[in-house]
Design a protein around this ligand. Structure first.
Ligand code: ADP
Ligand code: ZN
Length: 607
């Protein structure tokens, strides 16, 4: 392209095949193009990569991308090469001669982008090589790794400020999907980005629908939920390794491609299962939260939680692994009163200092409040990150079917009073027996049948009482003991209820699986989240099969060939020739040349 300079939009269209920029991408790209520094905060799937990949192509020299995740590096480089971009990576996974070849390419100025692990970047040898190279820009991905407070702390990240000292004229861009303000300040300070312009996007993930329900029978509920996601990739999170193994085995028996993943499996099995999840269509990974960090798979269609996660932050991160490609995805969770007890136990029995335990209990409480909420869940979630989301989203269970509430003031008073009268030393099971007037051995042994509260709640069954206790806990009107025995105590807020000064509204427990039954019956969702109609299914399967075959030949995951979004656009537009195919979002020049004929053959054969 001698003499003629391509614009950012030209590159977006010709190399990546996308018609237009998203959100703040263009502003970031222009700012970097002019030599400015930038700090970019965008949610997962927001499109951070293009913010440095396009400037890398616009500017002279090689862009150096610092990334802590080896698997992700390889994926990105594969994807860039597929799009015809000269990209490479340097990390410990490369053999010595392959490393030397990459270094040669760097010094010869043959690379547009080079991904490096931070420890490699900081070696004297590499920094010297950079001094003999024309560097287009530095991109520091996953910039929250500088934060000591986060889960992903990487000590080497703190030394990256050296880039600014050694290469003051080279623009830098730091990127993260971590929203909280304290982390942001730490990034600015640690990476000397005081003069960087900050680009902060909304952390909303509009394509993700949120659904939370009570757990009655986890397997049956999960089974019904999965009916709406046949043939799709997803992650099912469980709290314990045993439950992971058990659930994965049960799903596999039911004919679903499900694999387990947890820290108790040997490294080879873990690697194999992860590889299959990435490389095959429609694999369901059943995992503990150990799984998912650094997984860049764009077409995860659902994330299901069978147990409560630890905090809203954790929940948002885990659910955020769904729908990176922007297509419809679902975050689904079921939980029960026993989760609250288990979690309280885990916190109580941990080695942490008291202050830390207090924070963890607060986090559990806000998550419970989220789970039991009767208002828009998206509003609550974003509120937890300091973002004001205007109005109900229309795309969470509470917006779609507002939960019925009932005046539970009197039952709440009865429950609290029974907790008090029994001495605040028992779990909900015994207190419910007292309320219902059950003359159990324990009740009689403790003389609890003589209490004034004995039998005052006989009008409600055990299940209804459990719902009341669960919601009182979630509302902070009761608390589980810090020692974790599951015994219930009053809180300072309980008094107002007992004295009649505070009405209590509780939700009627809906059965969450109803929604999925409805979905199954409606014709429109035969093909799961993507809404593929029955008549489209054969062509969709053929397109996916071709993609898998081509991906295997190249040794890359299928989504590196084309994303689901691109296949879906082909399915709907049925392009008849190369010109029409080039107009599909996600089909760039290099991919058109490499794969165009094969995809057109499949499409035209059906015509
Ligand atoms: P992040 O790193 O912020 O999680 P990515 O950079 O991986 O997100 O982008 C998420 C997905 O969105 C990718 O599949 C990417 O190809 C796609 N994407 C990014 N920008 C655009 C755009 N302007 N138009 C269409 N798709 C885009
Ligand atoms: Zn909503």
């Amino acid at each position: 392209m001698a003499g003629m300079k391509a614009t950012a939009l030209d590159l977006l269209q010709s190399v990546f095949g996308y018609p237009g920029f998203r959100g703040q991408q263009q502003a970031v790209i222009e700012h970097l193009g002019e030599g400015g520094d930038a700090l970019v905060l965008m949610p997962t799937g927001g499109g951070k990569s293009l913010c440095y990949q396009i400037p890398a192509l616009l500017r002279q020299g090689t862009a150096i991308v610092v990334s802590p995740l080896i698997a992700l590096m390889q994926d990105q480089v594969d994807a860039l090469r597929e799009a015809g971009v000269a990209a490479a990576y340097l990390n410990s996974s490369l053999a010595a001669d392959a490393q030397r070849e990459v270094e040669r390419q760097l010094l010869a100025g043959e690379l547009n982008l080079l991904y490096v692990a931070p420890e490699r970047l900081l070696t004297a040898r590499f920094l010297e090589q950079l001094e003999r190279t024309e560097v287009a820009l530095f991109a520091i991905d996953e910039a929250h790794c500088v934060s000591q407070w986060g889960h992903d702390f990487r000590p080497e990240y703190r030394e990256l400020a050296i880039l600014h000292q050694r290469f003051p004229q080279v623009p830098r861009i730091a990127l993260t999907a971590t929203a909280d303000p304290r982390t942001r300040e730490e990034i600015v300070e640690r990476l000397s980005l005081q003069n960087a312009r900050q680009f902060v996007s909304s952390f909303d993930r509009p394509n993700i629908g949120y659904r939370v329900g009570l757990r009655h029978n986890a397997k049956r509920q999960l089974g019904e939920f999965l009916l709406g996601h046949e043939g799709e990739s997803g992650i099912v999170y469980c709290l314990s390794r045993r439950k992971v193994d058990d659930t994965a085995a049960w799903l596999a028996e039911s004919g679903i491609e499900a694999l387990p993943y947890h820290a108790g499996l040997d490294a080879a099995t873990r690697a194999k299962n992860q590889q299959r999840f990435l490389r095959e269509d429609g694999v369901v990974m059943v995992a503990t939260v150990a799984f998912g960090m650094g997984i860049d798979k764009p077409d995860v269609r659902f994330v299901a939680h069978l147990d409560l996660p630890r905090s809203i932050e954790g929940y948002y991160q885990e659910t955020g692994r769904a729908g990176r490609d922007g297509l419809p995805a679902e975050a689904w969770m079921i939980y029960g009163l026993s989760d609250v007890v288990t979690m309280s136990q885990m916190i109580a029995q941990s080695e942490s200092a008291d202050e830390r335990k207090r924070v963890e209990r607060q986090k559990l409480e806000s998550l419970l409040a989220y789970a039991e909420a009767t208002d828009c869940r998206r509003q609550l979630l974003l509120g937890a990150f300091g973002e004001t989301y205007p109005g109900p989203c229309g795309h969470c269970d509470n917006c779609i079917a507002p939960p019925k509430t009932w005046d539970a003031t009197v039952p709440a008073q009865k429950a609290l009073s029974a907790v008090y009268r029994t001495g605040q030393r028992f779990g909900s099971g015994h207190v419910i027996d007292v309320l219902r007037g059950e003359e159990t051995e324990r009740v009689l042994g403790l003389d609890h049948h003589r209490l004034s509260t004995f039998g005052i709640g006989a009008e409600m069954d055990e299940k209804q009482w459990r719902s009341v206790f669960r919601q009182l806990l979630a509302a902070g009107l009761l608390e589980a003991d810090a020692e974790g025995y599951g015994t219930l105590r009053l809180t300072t807020a309980s008094r107002a209820v007992l004295s009649g000064g505070r009405p209590v509204k509780l939700r009627e427990d809906a059965r969450p699986e109803r929604a999925s039954r409805r979905r199954r019956d409606s014709k429109q969702v035969t093909g799961g989240s993507l809404g593929i109609e029955a008549y489209e299914q054969p062509m969709w399967d053929e397109l996916r099969a071709l993609r898998t075959q081509l991906a295997k030949q190249q040794g890359v995951p299928p989504y590196v060939v084309f994303h689901d979004a691109t296949l879906l656009a082909m399915l709907r537009a049925l392009p008849a020739n190369e010109d029409e195919l080039a107009g599909i979002s996600g089909v760039g020049e290099a991919k058109l040349k490499r794969y165009g004929r094969d995809f057109l053959a499949v499409i035209n054969a059906a015509g």
